[in-house]
Design a protein around this ligand. Structure first.
Ligand code: GLN
Length: 282
């Protein structure tokens, strides 16, 4: 046996590489990438540590390690991100689900009538994580996802299937402006693009370089998507329906102002895990 080719030896090389590139959990990331490449569980890998790794797997593994060193988010390398206790497929066509968005799900759940059927639409669904977290937590719910990127919509569809809620949700590929389902829903949920165009350049390098700008760029003042959704909602939503938005930490006043101007009531704001304003409901 060639000792330098064992899983253990490759892990050590990769961890050293990640460590020297400044990553904080080099051993853990190396293991997880290895498990992903070899379709192994954590315990499989422990059991196999002293076996030899074949060249093909080794090549694939170090390709991922180098992509990580170049700053690519870990979730894009494995293609999976966890959100609200569930694992979601994600690709570079979708934003990576963020823990800070979990409060959007909480706020939406709090407004849905328990034990009754209700219908919710997610505008700009991306991976579908917000909608799917709702469907998984409320059995009486049916849902609709609107997504203008067909690549992202394909990921949302895969996630609906992964979580066995595909039969409770429909998908429209297109813009919410052209969507004709507004009058049928009890709640609209959205994490729209809300970064000001001029500040995209100041985002974390890994976000800026790898995540889809279409899902981030909210126009010159970051509010374009809210303006569009709120004016359509004011014209088309049925009486008593809710709007629940994710917002940027500094957008509370601007978004609540738009909602008030459009005649919405019961406006409230909630905070994310870091106590920053993150959700507005009306
Ligand atoms: N919270 C995201 C970020 O900081 C932005 C999400 C959005 O624009 N909807 O990168």
């Amino acid at each position: 046996m060639h000792e330098a080719r064992t899983f253990k030896a490759q892990l050590a090389i990769a961890a050293a590489r990640l460590k020297s590139a400044g990553f904080h959990k080099p051993g853990r990331e190396a293991r997880q990438l290895m498990q992903h490449v070899c379709s192994m569980s954590a315990s499989d890998l422990i059991r196999e540590e002293l076996s030899e790794m074949d060249d093909k797997a080794r090549g694939a593994f170090f390709d991922l390690v180098e992509r990580r060193v170049s700053g690519e988010p870990f979730e894009y390398l494995t293609g999976v991100a966890s959100f609200y206790g569930l694992d979601f497929y994600c690709t570079r066509e979708t934003l990576i689900p963020r823990a800070d968005s979990e409060v959007v799900v909480d706020e939406a759940l709090a407004r849905l009538p328990l034990g009754r059927t209700a219908r919710v639409a997610d505008l700009g669904t991306g991976t579908g994580c917000l909608l799917i977290a709702l469907l998984k937590n409320q059995p009486g719910l049916s849902g609709h996802a609107v997504e203008k990127s067909s690549a992202a919509a394909a990921i949302a569809r895969k996630n609906l299937i992964r979580h066995r809620v595909r039969s409770r949700a429909s998908i429209t590929i297109g813009s919410w402006e052209d969507w004709d389902g507004w009058g049928d829903v009890d709640l609209i949920i959205s994490n729209p693009p809300y970064i000001r165009t001029g500040t995209i350049a100041t985002l974390d390098a890994s976000v800026r370089a790898f995540e889809p700008h279409d899902a981030l760029d909210g126009g010159e003042d970051g509010l374009e998507a809210y303006r569009s959704i709120i004016s359509l909602a004011a014209a088309r939503l049925k009486e008593g329906a809710w709007l629940v938005f994710e917002i940027g930490f500094d957008q509370r006043e601007a978004v609540t102002g738009l909602l008030e101007k459009a005649g919405f009531g019961s406006i409230s704001c909630g905070q994310d895990h870091g106590q920053r304003d993150r959700v507005v409901a009306a």
